[in-house]
Design a protein around this ligand. Structure first.
Ligand SMILES: Cc1cc2nc3c(=O)[nH]c(=O)nc-3n(C[C@H](O)[C@H](O)[C@H](O)COP(=O)(O)OP(=O)(O)OC[C@H]3O[C@@H](n4cnc5c(N)ncnc54)[C@H](O)[C@@H]3O)c2cc1C
Length: 294
């Protein structure tokens, strides 16, 4: 039996930063990569499978997730310096921890990760970025697991990597990243991290349940600007509202349903398109079944 915890009907609202989402049929927290590989090897080939980290970019619908959800956050948590300029981080390590670890090791280039409230695996899947830095610019290679539990090593060339999107190996998931960084200075990197976090708290609704930016920026413009000039700041459906502080954030003001958030996302995209002729594309991943389908 693979070690770890398997829960049935686990409420996804407990694991998403929007604090919404119906139950996962099965929710597995592996004890190690080897246990996860053994668990995958035993799964039926047609079992729906979904991997998650900190749920900071996920809108899970109210009917929940069919099949099995694999949780990595805080579980696959190896973090080590390899040689002079490389760091190996397992998928479940928080981005902020990687940023601090690299800075303390006197390595620069990973500071931008400090403000991304997700895991290394999520950052690889999303090509997460902030303040000019992007995850895959510092990735030398990754380790993956396939559906049958087989391990692989992949290079960036094995993926199509774009702005907040990564594709190319559909039936593999990330278990670790090898980052190649530059020699830096501990004091300088620590100051940069502090500056980035301050800029964030000045411009974003900290302490409110959100998923960060809901929409990708369209070419040559900013989603937040388009939403603001469309008069949508403060618009609410149920307890889901467009943030007053940052127009590209939707916040759960307490007790919102996933359907409220999804309806608000649609209304914002429709209004911006009607007024400005630009169709905003969600950056957040919308997954699972509606309450009607469940
Ligand atoms: C307040 C706030 C601020 C934010 N600011 C930023 C920002 O500045 N820049 C930015 O880019 N994002 C930002 N985000 C969004 C989010 O933090 C990132 O997208 C992050 O990379 C998601 O990581 P996660 O571990 O939470 O992934 P999850 O939300 O759990 O999952 C996101 C996607 O990644 C996939 N995934 C997760 N783990 C793996 C894995 N091991 N292997 C394969 N696929 C996997 C999931 O299946 C899903 O499709 C912000 C979010 C919040 C709440």
């Amino acid at each position: 039996m693979p070690r770890g915890t398997l829960r049935l009907k686990e409420p996804m609202a407990r694991h998403t930063s929007w604090r919404v989402g119906g139950p996962a049929e099965r929710f597995y927290e592996p004890a190690s990569v080897a246990d996860l590989a053994a668990f995958l090897a035993e799964l039926p080939a047609d079992e729906p499978l979904f991997w998650m980290g900190l749920g900071s970019n996920l809108l899970v619908r109210d009917g929940g997730m069919p099949g099995t959800v694999i949780m990595t956050s805080g579980l696959l948590n190896g973090l080590e310096r390899v040689g002079e300029q490389r760091v190996r981080a397992e998928a479940g390590v928080a981005c902020a921890k990687v940023a601090r670890f690299a800075a303390r090791a006197g390595l620069k280039g990973a500071e931008f990760l400090a403000g991304i409230p997700g895991t290394t695996g999520g950052a690889l899947a999303m090509n997460a970025g902030a303040f000019g830095g992007e995850t895959w610019t510092v990735v030398e290679r990754v380790e993956t697991l396939d559906r049958a539990g087989g391990q692989h090593e992949r290079a960036p060339e094995d993926y199509r990597i774009g702005y907040r999107q990564v594709s190319g190996q559909p039936d593999e998931w990330f278990i670790a990243a090898h980052l190649r960084l530059e020699r830096g200075d501990i004091t300088e990197s620590s100051r940069r991290i502090r500056d980035l976090l301050k800029r964030r708290s000045d411009t974003q609704p900290m302490g409110q349940a959100s998923c960060g930016s809901v929409f990708r920026n369209p070419p040559g413009d900013f989603a937040a600007r388009l939403i603001e000039v469309s008069g949508l700041k403060g618009r609410c459906i149920g307890r889901a509202c467009v943030s007053q502080k940052h127009a590209n954030f939707i916040v759960n003001t307490g007790g919102a349903m996933a359907a409220d958030i999804e309806n608000l996302i649609r209304e914002v995209a429709d209004t911006v398109e009607r007024l400005h002729g630009v169709r905003l594309v969600p950056e957040v991943k919308i997954v699972g079944r509606t309450a009607d389908d469940a």
